[in-house]
Structures are given as C-alpha cells and as structure tokens.
Design a protein around this ligand. Sequence first.
Ligand code: ZN
Length: 340
Amino acid sequence: MRALQLVADRTLELVEVPDPPAPAPGQVEIAIRAVGLNHLDLWGFRGMAFVRRALPLTVGVEAAGEILRVGSADSRFRPGDPVVMYGALTCNACPACRAGRDNLCENPAGVKGFHIDGFACERVVMDERLVIPVPVGVSLEDAACAPVAFSTVEHMLFDNAKLEPGETILVQAGGSGIGTVAIKMARAIGCTIITTVGDDEKVEKARALGADHVINYRTQRFATITRKVTGKKGVDVVFEHVGADTWNGSLLCLKRGGRLVTCGSTSGVSAEMNLMHLFQQQLRIIGSFGAPMSAIRRGLAKMASGMTPVIDMVVPLADFSRGLTRLETRRVFGKIIVTL
Ligand SMILES: [Zn+2]
C-alpha cells in the first residue's frame, strides 16, 4: 500500500510499504480517506531533537476513514462504517485511562504520526477501543478534524478553562485551524469573542465566523485594544497557542481571576513573565495537550448538529508538504485536509 513517510527532517516521500496484518480479535482494519493537518505535523516535519522516533515514519496525526474488516464477529463495527481514530496508543490500564482521562495516560506507547507510524497511508489496523464512530450526516473530510482540532479545543475551553455562556474570550490566531474552531464553539454558547489575525483579509473572515472584535496583530496592539473593548476589565478566558510572541500580552488581557488555557507555542517555547502580576491578579494558567476520547465524541456531536469546521484547502496525499508550507507561513484560514 502507499504511505507518506518522513525519511529525514523536512523530507517526505510517497512510498510503497507492506500491507498491515489482518485485524486480530478486538481490532479493525480501516481505509483512511482524509487526514487533517496540524502544527504537530509541522513540528515532526521540521525535526525535534528530543523526540524519540525512528525514521522513516508514516506521518499524519488525525484522520477519518471507513471500516474495511473487523477482527471478530461480535465487533461493534461493520464494513463501511465511517470512523475516526484516537491518535495516542494509551495503555487502557492506568488510573488515568480507567477514569477516561486518556490524554493523561501514564504509559502511552506514542502518538501516531509523531513518535510512531501515523495515518497518512491507505490502511491501518487499530484496537477497536481507540476507534470512534462518525455520526450520520458528517462528511469524512469534516470528521478528519475531530480527533485533534475539534477535541483539543473542546477540551481546552470546556474541560480545562470552564468557559461559561456569556463570558468574554480572547482567541489568539483566530484564523488557524484550532482558532476557527474556538470561535465557533465560543459563539455557540453566546460568548463575546475578541480575536487576533495576521492580515486584513482574515479580519472579515473571522468576523463572519462570529468574532465580535477582530484585531490585526501586525498593525495593532492586541492587549491595548482588548483592554479598551472590555472597558479596561479584561477577558474571562484567553485561548493561547502562539506562545512567546503573545504570552505576556495575553496575560495582560485577563481580568482579575481570569483563566489562560494554552496548547501550543508556535512562535517560540520560552517567555519571561511577571510573577507579581500572576498572583496579585489571581490568574490561572492551564496547560492542555490532546484530549480524552470523550471530547472527540462531543466534537463529532457538534459537527452533526451543524458546527462544521472551516476548511481552508483540500489536497491529495502527494501535496501533503504543500499543505505544511501553507501552515508554516501562516497563510491558512481554517483546516487543511489531505485526501486519499
Ligand atoms: Zn493509561
């Protein structure tokens, strides 16, 4: 079968690899139809010295597909069923796994597409427990945004930051894959949304998604404007993933007792911060990475009720790296989907 593999830092090759083994009892074989691109792909593509992995590595961290074969007659799946897959191989035995807190697993065997072979290939065999049905009416291209993008945002906003209806939120990089999802999810519960974008063309697009105030961070100071539009009070929640460039500005945007939730650091991993501001303003900073499987199910349910992801571009597997370049240069508005 065909697989897209990282053979060296910044070098992807479409190659023939052996077919996966037949599914054992408790497993299913899945035909991959669509892969969603994420910053995690970009980190892997650039190469990170501290990541333990062996090359060549099949890329692709989130995907949707269709069941091809089941490993046992009593499977809850049937051939043709649309599904998405959990990307981390959790142990299913530790206290976190048993409590349904999958992304806190104490013994994960790696993240697919990052540490171990991922989903950018024609077929995979997975344990059924890591496979989630796609509800009727959700396309596989949309569903491919559920395992990482939708679930990460769902987990950040509602499990971690406890965003409530009517609150005010600052969404950093509102044109990114997860930024567009955050705007839609916050809008759906009636929040006031302030967001930042990197060019004027994205201002109107972010407004059309439901943002109340859109700031071009290249020409305007987002912290100053956020203080102004909130009557100097600040926001209840900041949705962060930009990191070094925006970190201190994001903290300054919070009201007393506000919550900052972050899942990324695309502009750099280190920042200095004012600890006096942190404790005097009683701020809460919450790190978030991945999501439990329950958040994927909630994300898919939102898609089924009409909250579809913003798709920037759909490209064939051979153009995976063109999609990564578009992500890296921040021209993207929404999600890039690779189809097989
Ligand atoms: Zn575990």
